[in-house]
Design a protein around this ligand. Structure first.
Ligand SMILES: Nc1ncnc2c1ncn2[C@@H]1O[C@H](COP(=O)(O)OP(=O)(O)O)[C@@H](O)[C@H]1O
Ligand SMILES: [Mg+2]
Length: 386
């Protein structure tokens, strides 16, 4: 896949994120988070339960912990909230604990310690029946290996969750056909999985999850096995579904460009811990440590960072006149505007000039420097309003 193709995708999502942010802030008061996780641990190994509460053991590095106890802390003291309608991405290298974390959310893996609520219901206190209901109706999972039933048709695979819920055949097939159409599988309903491409099979996986109309969709690296172009198609499908339905999603990936394209917020994991959680712009502009900085080193910064972060304070003489930008404008768009007009740009919020963009501001973003054009990459300083 070409660099431009990739980059365009990131910019496009940053725009979507702006739309979404605007739509959200225009909405009603903030509701309770859909998912709320506090101090969650999953330790594999002998006597794993003692580790989260043991002050001597809980802070050991992964390697030391394994050496001393034979245990692996796959998820360590993780806390986060996922808001209604949000796409929450969990990113990290292989082995960082992503799958364990997402499986803990519906107790496909039993957490070792911590608290976990979905829709304000205590998930760790649920009995078997309520857990089953949670997995069937509230939180549907889409897996990397598709998990389709080979002897069933596309329609009957999509209808599987509805069948388990006890929906009558005609009704569930009608619903499944509707879902097949929604994810671009119209006309393929009578095929078996083996007669489909990888991308089509994952569309079946997606439709099956959507069919039960879940509160939350959980994706564990669903597109990793797909060719880059098909993968790209599937990402757009997810973006489209999210835009049209505003469904809450937790999306696991090890791929940074996928994370930037899809995420409203990204949690970056290393050795079971969340090392940083923020918007794509925050992660790229103000990496929390060298690990994160390394991770985002090759991102085209101008396609993720907005002029609010790139601007400098305006002089009195600059407070009026000239071209205006909204604070959420991407630096890449400001570059284009400036290249056309040749003049400095005012950043205007609510009719007020809050800063100015000049050539140096734009170049600093591209070069990864701070506003003075010096030293460490930009730490996202706030600029005083005029
Ligand atoms: N059932 C298990 N028993 C022991 N260790 C496990 C088990 N499942 C995962 N792990 C370990 O937990 C860590 C995190 O694994 P995983 O959640 O699969 O990471 P990721 O999905 O980010 O690749 C790894 O070190 C892995 O080896
Ligand atoms: Mg995994």
């Amino acid at each position: 896949m070409s660099e431009t193709h990739e980059s365009a995708g990131i910019a496009e999502n940053a725009k979507n994120a702006e739309d979404k942010a605007a739509a959200k802030s225009a909405g009603s008061a903030k509701s309770a988070p859909v998912i709320s996780v506090r101090n969650l641990w999953k330790v594999f190994g002998p006597k794993s339960h003692r580790i989260p509460g043991d002050p001597e053991l809980k802070d050991l590095s992964a390697a030391e912990l394994t050496k001393r106890t034979g245990c692996t802390a796959a998820v360590r003291d993780v806390s986060f909230d996922v808001q209604n309608g949000e796409v929450f991405v969990v990113m990290g290298l292989s082995g960082s604990g992503k799958s364990t974390l997402v499986r803990c959310l519906t107790r496909l893996i039993e957490p070792t310690a911590g608290t976990l609520e979905i829709d304000s219901h205590d998930v760790l206190g649920m009995d078997k029946a309520r857990l089953r209901e949670l997995r069937r109706k509230r939180a549907a999972m889409v897996f990397q290996n598709f998990g389709l039933l080979p002897h069933r048709t596309v329609i009957d695979n999509i209808a599987y969750g509805l069948e388990i819920q006890g929906m009558a055949k005609a009704e569930r097939r009608a619903k499944a056909a509707e879902m097949a159409e929604k994810v671009g599988l119209a006309g393929l309903g009578q095929r078996r999985p083996v007669e489909l491409s990888g991308g089509q099979q994952q569309r079946v996986g997606l439709a099956r999850a959507l069919a039960v109309d879940p509160e939350v969709l959980l994706f564990d690296e669903p597109f990793s096995a797909l060719d880059p172009l098909i993968r790209r198609d599937m990402q757009e499908e997810v973006i489209r579904l999210h835009r049209e339905e505003g469904r809450t999603m937790v999306f696991i990936t090890h791929d940074l460009s996928e994370a930037l394209r899809l995420g409203d917020r990204i949690a970056l994991m290393r050795d079971g811990e969340i090392v940083q959680c923020g918007t794509p712009e925050e992660i790229v502009a103000t990496p929390a440590d060298d690990y994160v900085r390394d991770f985002v080193r090759d991102v085209p910064r101008e396609q993720v960072i907005s002029v609010r972060r790139a601007m400098r304070p305006a002089d009195k003489s600059e407070a009026n006149g000239g071209a205006e930008l909204s604070p959420d404008t991407l630096v890449s768009d400001a570059i284009e505007t400036m290249a056309r007009g040749g003049e400095n740009l005012r950043v205007v919020d609510d009719g007020r000039t809050i800063g100015v963009i000049d050539y140096a501001c734009l170049l600093n973003v591209v070069a990864g420097l701070d506003e003075d054009g010096e030293g460490e990459p930009d730490k996202g300083k706030e600029v005083a309003a005029v």
